[in-house]
Write a protein that binds this ligand. Sequence first.
Ligand SMILES: Cc1cc2nc3c(=O)[nH]c(=O)nc-3n(C[C@H](O)[C@H](O)[C@H](O)COP(=O)(O)OP(=O)(O)OC[C@H]3O[C@@H](n4cnc5c(N)ncnc54)[C@H](O)[C@@H]3O)c2cc1C
Length: 386
Amino acid sequence: MDLHSLRYLVVGAGLWGGVLAERIASQLGERVLVIDRRSHLGGNCHSYKNAGTGIECHAYGSHIFHTSIPRVWEYVTKFTEFTPYRHRVFTQYQGRVYPMPINLLTINNFYNLNLKPYEVEEFIKNEAGKTGDAPPRNLEEKAVSLIGRPLYEAFIKGYTQKQWEKAPRDLPAEIITRLPVRGNYVTDYFADPWQGMPKNGYAAFFERLFSHPLIEVVCNTEYADIAGRTPKNCLTLYSGPLDAFFGYTRGALEWRSLTFEREVVPYGDYQGTAVMNNADPATPYTRVHEFKHLHPERGPQGDASVIAREYPKTFTRGDEAYYPVNTPENQELLHAYQADLAALPNIIAGGRLGAYRYMDMDKTIAAALGCFDGIQKGSGHALSLE
Ligand SMILES: Cc1cc2nc3c(=O)[nH]c(=O)nc-3n(C[C@H](O)[C@H](O)[C@H](O)COP(=O)(O)OP(=O)(O)OC[C@H]3O[C@@H](n4cnc5c(N)ncnc54)[C@H](O)[C@@H]3O)c2cc1C
């Protein structure tokens, strides 16, 4: 790892760091050193082949690419082709399976009705109206006011309770602004014009993204191990959490974490779809991923399958940080750390951890491209937190 005369250091070999490294190498013709504490490229989008079955698995939960941003699509297709995969999600509740988000099939199956598309809005309004007009004081009341109690009890209550390890009536109403209810039988999870899976998988996509000869990647390396050893004029692009960067001097930002319990099961097809939610409160996991279904174009892929059960978990330091917890206290702490960062020269923080914001892959790429625009124009900090 050569730090001598280094002008660009990228901390984090995820999507945000990868796009920035690629742009700096290919557009500015500058050498970039990328470090990551993990042993692989791709950050949370990392995929690998399961040794026994050869099935490509997503290490941090199923990742489906989808975007409506032309610049992102144009960029990402330089590095991979995409399959025409369309994501569909189902949920299991009391031994029956329903499509998600709630659509006409969910409603008709759940209530044992045969409503028509033009009748659904009125039906839901009627269900929701049974609760009266008092302003909702918590998530439960808000959800009930949007979709009515029976659908809430079935599809929102147990799932939300598991996700947050808290009763919905103890969660703030602001967590949800709307609950999408589709008045038709469309089961595609995403509506974006561009969707799919990288044809040869995420691992191959990231190999390509980082392949420019001016990019050097060093894994298993903590930022703390090299902080302060880079030349003064080296620009650091940091995609780790801000509280960790400052040694938690102002306190810790709250996150939600997850654990994945992986299993090779002796079935060619275990659940018939890539992601099956589970809304039963007594079942501790929220979702089951079955990875072979993310690539139907690869055929049956043998008579075994790889699944991962996803369990929500309270974050404690050392866990993987997955979802920021959007409370006023955390936002205040974030802003304080952002002000601390703005006072430092030659550092930009971004990506989902650095910005403390959930971002889909396309938003992450858009943010990284925007950040690169700023670097190219020489406007550094102003773009740090996209
Ligand atoms: C469960 C889950 C499912 C998702 N599914 C989808 C989906 O289907 N579709 C979609 O579009 N998006 C999805 N996303 C979002 C997607 O994961 C993010 O958009 C993307 O991973 C963000 O990339 P990033 O580079 O910002 O962060 P990351 O991928 O987290 O990369 C940051 C990297 O920085 C490294 N790092 C951090 N701190 C340090 C340090 N101090 N020293 C060295 N290295 C460090 C980390 O090890 C990590 O590899 C999902 C997210 C989650 C949590």
